[in-house]
Design a protein. Structure first.
Length: 345
């Protein structure tokens, strides 16, 4: 069986969709699964060994200059790659016009069908062409976690059942000999990653809170790893590192904080896996921490953790991933307490 998944963006949405690959492989051993994704996120899918191939596109960039010669040439190349195979099932897991068009362009094997969402779910984007261009539109209950939405859609499309606990299948190749960007002194400390960057300014946590939390980790002998995805986030990381390193509360030869270089997503997975855990706002990188099963605290100032945050399976089991919600923002003490619970789980 040849199956094409269409989930183009964004990073967090792609991470939430990763369990679909594992579900399909469990239900149909030997299935060939391809995935259409924005090129900037394609390296993350390299950590999915069960995936046959990822088909990169640049729709975000193409839409800004649709008539440019480079856009036309890249579109032709993408279309040829997309239509290289004939699929028994094409599943639009995004629910937008652009994903519907990609699904419609894909070629079907005899008897093959295109599947898509028939309705919008709470807090998710949805556009009508996704059901108009599909052969089968599948209704999903509106109040549903982002991970479960994709899993249920694929399971109903291909008529299989899946285990409750999701398997993200995100492999890290980190080892004791892997290169690290942290200081390599003999007394190398445990590291905690701070994910402060997010695509929405209203999801950010105040700088003063990050600094207060970081000093607690430094006092506990841990080094802070600061990440960034653009120039503004880099400036914030550097400002934080300057504050932490000027304090130098811990004994030893290592700096209190280090700023990572800009990392490709596949390399980022390895660097996160080398950390003792992650503290982060609601962002794609935070969701990677969940997928890697790292001790993790995710910060929310919107009551949306039920839809995108970490979920404990089973509910009675202590969880290594927790969300903390607060208005106007979560308090430092609450985040620190959640970290202690996650680290001990």
């Amino acid at each position: 069986m040849k199956i094409l998944l269409v989930k183009l963006s964004s990073l967090g949405d792609i991470v939430h969709t990763l369990p679909v690959v594992q579900d399909i492989c469990a239900a149909f051993p030997g299935a060939q699964i391809d995935w259409v994704v924005e090129q900037s996120f394609a390296s993350l899918l390299e950590r999915q060994p069960q995936l046959h191939r990822s088909i990169g596109c640049k729709i975000r960039r193409w839409s800004k200059s649709p008539l440019a010669a480079t856009t036309r040439a890249e579109w032709r190349s993408f279309k040829a790659e997309l239509q290289r195979e004939r699929y028994d099932a094409v599943i639009d897991l995004q629910g937008l016009t652009k994903s519907a068009v990609v699904s419609w362009l894909a070629r079907l094997a005899p008897g093959g069908k295109r599947y898509a969402l028939a309705n919008q779910t709470e807090g998710s984007g949805y556009e009508a062409p996704t059901r108009w261009l599909a052969d089968v539109a599948i209704r999903i209950k509106p109040h549903i976690h982002a991970v479960e939405r994709g899993r249920e859609l694929a399971a109903k499309a291909l008529n299989y059942s899946f285990k409750p606990e999701p398997n993200f299948g995100l492999r890290s190749f980190n080892s004791a000999n892997a290169a690290s960007y942290a200081d390599s002194t003999p007394a190398q400390p445990e590291r905690i990653a701070f994910v402060h960057g997010t695509s929405r300014a209203d999801k950010e946590w105040p700088m003063a809170h990050w600094l207060a939390l970081g000093l607690r980790f430094n006092a506990a002998g841990m080094q802070i790893v600061l990440l960034h995805g653009n120039a503004a986030e880099l400036a914030t990381s550097q400002a934080m590192a300057d504050c932490f390193n000027s304090s130098q509360l811990q004994a030893g030869q290592y700096p209190a904080a280090v700023v990572m270089p800009l990392l490709a997503l596949n390399t980022l997975c390895d660097e996160l896996a080398g950390c003792a855990g992650v503290i982060g706002v609601d962002s794609g990188v935070s969701h990677i921490a969940v997928a890697l099963d790292l001790p993790h605290v995710q910060l929310y100032n919107f009551d949306t953790a039920w839809r995108t945050g970490p979920v404990s399976f089973p509910a009675a089991k202590p969880s290594r991933q927790l969300s903390v919600y607060g208005l106007p923002v979560p308090e430092v003490a609450a985040v620190w307490q959640a970290w202690q619970c996650a680290a001990q789980a």
